[in-house]
Structure formats: C-alpha cells, structure tokens
Design a protein around this ligand. Sequence first.
Ligand SMILES: *Cc1c(COP(=O)(O)O)cnc(C)c1O
Length: 378
Amino acid sequence: MKKRLFTPGPTPVPENVMLRMAEPIIHHRNPEFVEILARVHKNLKYLFQTEQPVVVMSASGTGGMEATVSSLFSPGDKLISVNGGKFGERWTQLANTYTQNCVEIKVEWGTAVQPDQLLDTLKANPDTKGVLLTHSETSTGTATDIKTIANLIRENSDALICVDGITAVGAHEVRFDEWGLDACITGSQKGLMMPPGLALIALSERAIKAIEASTTPNFYFSLKKALKSHAKDDTPFTPAVSLVIGLDESLEMIKNEGIEQVWQRHERLASACRQGCDALGMKLFSNSPSYAVTPVWLPEGVDWSSFNKVLKFENGITVAAGQEEYKGKIFRISHLGFYDELDMLLVIGALEFTLKKIGFDFEPGVGVAAVQKAFLQS
Ligand SMILES: *Cc1c(COP(=O)(O)O)cnc(C)c1O
C-alpha cells in the first residue's frame, strides 16, 4: 500500500530534495558549503519578499519563535499575544517565559482576530513593545489578515510586529518589507517541502536594533550571534548541513515555479478541497480558511478512531487529528507544500472510500466531481 501524507507538517518531501540530502556529507567551513549557504540566504529573501537578512537556525519552528522572543525583547517588556489556537497559545507561553508581561487576546477557535479588537487592545496598552501574531493558525486552519493588521499596528504604535508564518510562508501571500513586518518565522517541514529541523527567521532593521538593545539572556538561540554570522554567510554553530543542502534544492523549486504562482496554487488547492468536502456533506470548521490546511468537522455520529483506521490502514492516508477540545471532533487535511490538483482528487476520493466503508450514503464521485469542477472553472 502506498502511504500518503496529508498533514500540515511534516509535509511530503520531493525526490530531488531527498536525493540532494543523500549526497556524502561536506564540511560546513568548505567553500562549497559557504557557496550553498550564500545562495540559500539569497533565495530566502525572495521567499519572504525582503531585502533584509533571513537567518537559518537548526531547530524546529518553535526554536525560531523562542529565538525571536528572547532576542528582540527584554524582561518586563509588554507583549500582546493573539491566541486563537495551539500556536497562538505558544506565543503567549513564550512571552510569559521571557518578558513575563503578556496581554493576551483570546480568539475563538476557527475565527481570526478582528483588526478593531487588536486596535482597542493596543490603545489600552500604549507601552506595548511587541505584537505576536499567527498568520495561519494550523490547529484551526484559520488565516489572519496580516497585511491589514500590520498596517494598523504601524499607524498606531511602535510595537514590533512578530509573525508566526510557519504554515503561511510558501502558501499565503507574505510580503515582509512591503507589509512592515519585523520578524517572520517559518520551519523547514511546512511549506518548504523539507524534513523537520530548520527554522528560518526574517528580521527588519527595527528588529535588528531591538536585538542589539535586548538584555534577555540567551545563547544558542541568540539572534545577535546568528546575524553576525549571517553577514559572512556563516552560522555560529555547526548547521544541519544536509538540511541546508536540501533547502537549497527546495528553494530552487519555489523560485522556478515563482512565489506568486506558489501562493495561487495553494489558494486553488484549498478552495477545491473545501468544495470537495462540502459536496460530501461535511461541514467546514474555519470561517477564515487557511490555504495550508482545511479543518473539517467529522460527520455526526462518526467515531474518529474508526474513521481514521479506515483512512490510514485501508487507504494509506495520514491526515491530522483535531487538537484540544476538538480532538475527535474535527480532522485536518493538509495541502501545504508539495501538492498538486491530482493530490486533491486523491484525498477526496479516499474520503469517499472511507465514508462509504463506515456506512455513509451518498452518490459515489460527488466529492471528486466537485474538486474537478473547482479546477476546471479556475
Ligand atoms: C508547526 C508549527 C509551529 C512549530 O512547530 P514545531 O513543531 O516546533 O516545528 C509553530 N506554529 C505553527 C503555526 C505551526 O504550524
């Protein structure tokens, strides 16, 4: 049985990327590696649409979030954290760990923070030093309008805008410079079509100044050290050499497709996936859907473990379960990274097999037909 991954991290890795990573290891001080890292640094700027440095860190995405909070801010700095899911909650936890002065905006799961809500909080807290946002909240499959919100923050405050772009970069439009972001993070195992292990962090001029001034103790996760090495196309510690080489390949693929085309593909796949689910009578969870992952309510009366057993062991499909209070109630289909139109036909086809097997009645092919129509019309 072929196994197919439809989870929002790790995501499938293309064969050419795997082959590059299988090459004999090289030393990271070799000119050969320095040349690769320099190219990766350059192509990361294209990915984030920035002229600013994007540092490469050997860590999962959370390491990038921790480096950001511990490097940009000082103990006592007031941070506003928007928490609309597991990853927004993580921002709050990091703020509570490092600055211990966090104002949290709780947002209902499956909805995005409203610009007015953020503005009110910002006005009530004029001493705010940073705002922590999640562009695509993976636990709820919900996208936030970062462009509008960043603009609003810039007009009303000097707070640094820190964006968890971990399932947004390479899926949603992200324009780091144009939107005035200060820190934006992604991880290798998401839109970058790579195994886990690298965190990538774009940093503005303002962020770099804040890093110089920060008094928070840190060491391995110091962005000050990372920036100093970045300027010489180097890293402060041994980088994950094979992953950097793989990233060189996957960034090349993104460059060849074109970043706008990559964003449009994700929008197209997400829309078709939603239409396929809808045609099967499954209710969608988010009212502001992410282009990376589609969360769907399990149909009434369906037990998650028997549903997932058929999907996984008879169809070879791994999707992501619901988290926290939505465990057993929703599941999440990913279309982040290395996916195309036929993958969406396949995953909706597998859902049809699964629902039929557990006793649902519908006209076979209605979900797949909806996906086909979505693509033929777009
Ligand atoms: C995956 C993910 C993270 C980071 O998770 P790691 O397991 O540390 O890579 C953070 N935020 C979002 C939105 C994510 O999807």
